[in-house]
Design a protein around this ligand. Sequence first.
Ligand SMILES: *[C@@H]1O[C@H](CO)[C@@H](O)[C@H](O)[C@H]1NC(C)=O
Ligand SMILES: *[C@@H]1O[C@H](CO)[C@@H](O)[C@H](O)[C@H]1NC(C)=O
Ligand SMILES: *[C@@H]1O[C@H](CO)[C@@H](O)[C@H](O)[C@H]1NC(C)=O
Ligand SMILES: *[C@@H]1O[C@H](CO)[C@@H](O)[C@H](O)[C@H]1NC(C)=O
Ligand SMILES: *[C@@H]1O[C@H](CO)[C@@H](O)[C@H](O)[C@H]1NC(C)=O
Length: 291
Amino acid sequence: MCCSCCGVTQQKAWVFGLGTFFAVSGLLAIICWPGFIDSGIMKALPLTPTSKTFEKWEELPIPVYVYMYLWNWTNAADVQANGVKPIFAQLGPYVYREERKKMDLEWHDNGTVTFNPRRTWFWEEELSGGKQTDLITAPHLPSLAASNQMRNSNVFLKFMFNEALNANGGHLFVTHTAAEWLFESFYDEFLHYAMTLNNPLVPKIESDHFAWFLNRNGSKDFEGPFTVHTGVGDIKEMGEIKYWKGQNHTGWYDGECGRLNGSTTDLFVPDEPKGEGFDHLHSGYLSDHKS
Ligand SMILES: *[C@@H]1O[C@H](CO)[C@@H](O)[C@H](O)[C@H]1NC(C)=O
Ligand SMILES: *[C@@H]1O[C@H](CO)[C@@H](O)[C@H](O)[C@H]1NC(C)=O
Ligand SMILES: *[C@@H]1O[C@H](CO)[C@@H](O)[C@H](O)[C@H]1NC(C)=O
Ligand SMILES: *[C@@H]1O[C@H](CO)[C@@H](O)[C@H](O)[C@H]1NC(C)=O
Ligand SMILES: *[C@@H]1O[C@H](CO)[C@@H](O)[C@H](O)[C@H]1NC(C)=O
């Protein structure tokens, strides 16, 4: 079309018409775009074996560093000999890099997936404020626990117990390296004795070795299995824990208080109003409390 052949009114109408058209399209785009993006994200988000979320969820792509501090009982011998006040000094941090991977994935038709979390820890010398070979003295907890159980017994029983304790590896304190306390573990004569006792009064003892993280490094059987919602079918449910070890209840505390409620902290729904912050259940926390 040639403008020189249109009248002024026609030209004005064209300009006005086109202007209105672009203005309206622009407004529509502004109004609809975020929703469009949101719905795109919401479609891509749910966890499936092929979704973008999956890789990052299956194996955490960012390094996690765990800082651990140990208390050294610096005057243990003096306490034993002279009954003075115990002194503890904080050592560390002993830093480990934690790798997390979800193993044995089992996808269910109802939008849930079951897995065993596996955590592996690697010593980080440069980040640490101590050495793995640091010698650390600590109370001998098995002896203390056993003594505590006996504290209300009569004098005769206490005497017998004391003899048994002293003859079978009871101590007030023990000294081991930081690595042994945390992961490597050490053989404990008293634990071995308690294990072989088979006394129904003694709580079941699983191992004659001790470490705070005994048998946990690289183990996929320690914490799980967990069943979480994938968000398929209902994005608001994504990440919600449905079962832990096949149960919807932790077994600690009755009723509501022990109910599983929250996420495993590695899957979040954007813009999800969850009240004041997130309720979350951390498996490490759970396991620590059980042992
Ligand atoms: C811990 O305390 C003991 C004394 O009970 C001491 O011999 C040892 O050097 C201390 N360890 C460290 C790493 O300072
Ligand atoms: C989903 O399906 C699995 C396998 O069939 C079943 O064990 C589980 O109870 C179901 N979970 C829910 C929340 O319905
Ligand atoms: C944990 O296990 C891995 C591989 O099995 C090993 O390389 C690593 O040193 C272990 N970590 C600790 C803290 O023992
Ligand atoms: C938990 O499981 C019990 C029995 O397995 C069932 O009766 C109950 O409805 C479940 N609760 C929830 C919130 O899923
Ligand atoms: C989880 O806890 C919130 C409050 O903290 C409650 O509103 C919700 O009903 C609970 N969900 C389940 C499945 O128990």
